[in-house]
Design a protein around this ligand. Structure first.
Ligand code: SAM
Length: 271
């Protein structure tokens, strides 16, 4: 099936009178090689995969060729008849008309995949990048790989190393639960319509256990958030404005674990 070319995407849009909704992040991918890279990175041969936002089904098509089963969640009901048409040849694809942010993914994995580990692949709608990634990563779900197209700057933050300008709370969150890597960068011209920013595909491989052992995850992430709350301030000042401890108490605590209070949050590794 070839419905990836710009001409074909435009033909389908015109056949169904489909008008792209910017508010739903509808920038459809028209690059066969990038679609294949996403599907291959997901490593889903004979396994289950969830897709977020199938659009006209271009990525779904690549996933369906490889996976045992694909479940795709699409919020826009105008796309359901289009998908029935473009994916009609597959009997291993199920499209659900649902907002991914309202979906109970744990129940979906139980119901559709017998609770077995699955991967998630998506050309994400950019307006919900952070809530989706956070929900999938923190959710304690049986997930193997998360392969997503995001804005290039988000990919840079997810994969950033300590001490660099892109390193922040989302880097720590993603690197704590997964091993992230950049798969490829993708120019805006490969989408219809083209978004305003360049994009990149990142692959996050879920760790069996978090990268570091922490006693209290809630407190850990509260501290991380506080550490990055004011980029130009020292760690001591950031913590002092987010916790009720006195500065003297914080200095004592930091010195007891060998962290200079004058350091900045972004210099701290996960360890
Ligand atoms: N996968 C297609 C592709 O690569 O060409 C479309 C990707 S497009 C960037 C994002 C898709 O996500 C659109 O089809 C859009 O309607 C859908 N979408 C937007 N918000 C959503 C949500 N909250 N839940 C599920 N799908 C959503």
């Amino acid at each position: 099936m070839d419905f990836i070319s710009p001409t074909e995407i435009k033909r389908i849009a015109s056949k169904y009178g489909f008008v792209f909704k910017k508010g739903l992040g509808q920038n459809f991918l028209s690059s066969q090689s990038v679609l294949e890279e996403i599907a291959m990175a997901a490593e889903i041969e004979n396994e289950g995969v969830i897709e977020i936002g199938p659009g006209f089904g271009v990525l779904t098509n690549e996933l369906a060729k490889r996976a045992k089963k694909v479940v795709a969640l699409e919020i826009d009901d105008r796309l359901i008849p289009v998908l029935a048409d473009t994916l009609g040849e597959y009997d291993n694809v199920k499209v659900i008309n649902q907002d991914v942010l309202k979906a109970d993914i744990e129940k979906l994995i139980d119901d559709e995949f017998n609770g077995e580990k699955v991967s998630v692949a998506a050309n994400l709608p950019y307006y919900i990048t952070t809530p989706i990634i956070t929900a999938l990563i923190e959710g304690g779900l049986p997930l193997k790989n998360l392969v997503v197209m995001v804005q290039k700057e988000v990919a840079d933050r997810i994969t950033a190393t300590p001490g660099t300008k892109n390193y922040g709370a989302i880097s720590v969150l993603c690197q704590y639960y997964t091993e992230p890597e950049l798969v490829c960068t993708v120019g805006a011209n490969l989408f219809i319509p083209p978004p305003k920013v360049d994009s990149a595909v990142v692959k996050m491989v879920f760790r069996n256990t978090p990268a570091v052992s922490v006693r209290d995850e809630k407190m850990f992430f509260k501290t991380v958030k506080a550490a990055f709350s004011q980029r130009r301030k020292t760690l001591l000042n950031c913590l002092a404005s987010n916790f009720t401890h006195t500065k003297a108490e914080l200095i004592e605590l930091m010195e007891s674990v060998g962290i200079e209070p004058t350091r900045r949050g972004e210099t701290l590794s996960l360890d």
